[in-house]
Write a new protein. Sequence first.
Length: 392
Amino acid sequence: MTDQTSRQGFSTRAIHAGQEPDPRTGAVVPAIYQTSTYKQDGVGGFREGYEYSRSANPTRTALEECIADLEGGARGFAFASGLAGEDAIMRGLLGPGDHMVVPTDAYGGTYRLVAKVQQRWGVDHSLAKVSQPDAIRGEIRPGVTKMIWLETPTNPLLGIADIAAIAEIAHEAGALLVVDNTFASPYLQQPIALGADIVVHSTTKYVGGHSDVVGGAVVVAPQIAVPEYADAAERIAFHQNSMGGVAGPMDSWLTLRGLKTLAVRMERHCDNAERVVEFLRGRSDVTHVNYPGLDSHPGHDVAAKQMRRFGGMVSFQVEGGEQRALDIVGSTKLWILGESLGGVESLIEHPGRMTHASVAGTELEVPSDLIRLSVGIEDVDDLVADLEQAMG
């Protein structure tokens, strides 16, 4: 990131970082380099470092440079999915006998990766509430804990972690801090500026923003706080190439296109979410609303300190238990019953039966009467009206 770029605003960088007009044609949109290989100028004579598209592709490079810039990182990596990026982080930086701390309120796929995949390779873990820095400190095993993994806000209970405070705890213990920034997006939150070493995204969500591409990204800080991992970017790059779970050129192009409008979309997501929360809080049959923008939210002050706004994700609990929750999610007409989040369209789901079914029976099990909303950018009066008719 050049000095000039660092002085520019978020939207300017989202549109221009890594995306100079094509020097040959003047095209203002990066090309989709739909190629598997590249002509070499003699044996080993790679043009601009391109040899084979698993190792590097110009469209993917543009995406990686742009998202690294937006997160304030030194280097970015684009993957075929968010979980592919998470796997590269864990396998690249952890080994048998190492220990990591993960949230009690985490995305089910992340927990499955930790508990069912990494555990088999000798990486142990323990759980802690991200909202309680002392609880995280209490789970650290001196000399063994190598990574603390955060989501903030968390999925699906919208818990908030104090990134700066937990970064200090991690670094005192010689552990890396990794932050899943998917729910906030780079526009609403900058974990690296708060002390995180690595940021990970499911770019399928807000970064892509249109529910038309699956992808992931990893961004490494300019300076890693733990000297043992000063080469973290090189390790992740090695695993990205070795394991091959890379973003293809068309997927990279779609994700890059999504980044261009991220700021304006996030503002609308936030506006709409606030109106939906207001509606839910006015209903006597809603027993609890999870949204960090509420003064009553236990993490509100921390969220206000480290986030630009409070996001487009909302979850709530209803009277009538699980069956009532299932009835509601099955009765909406505008809100689409489906997994995922962060697209322009509004989605509704039952986490216990859908996105978090894999953690049933564990400490990460979510309430059976919980409904999760991904608030889209439609006209909010229509969204509220549809919820109202579904809830009766």
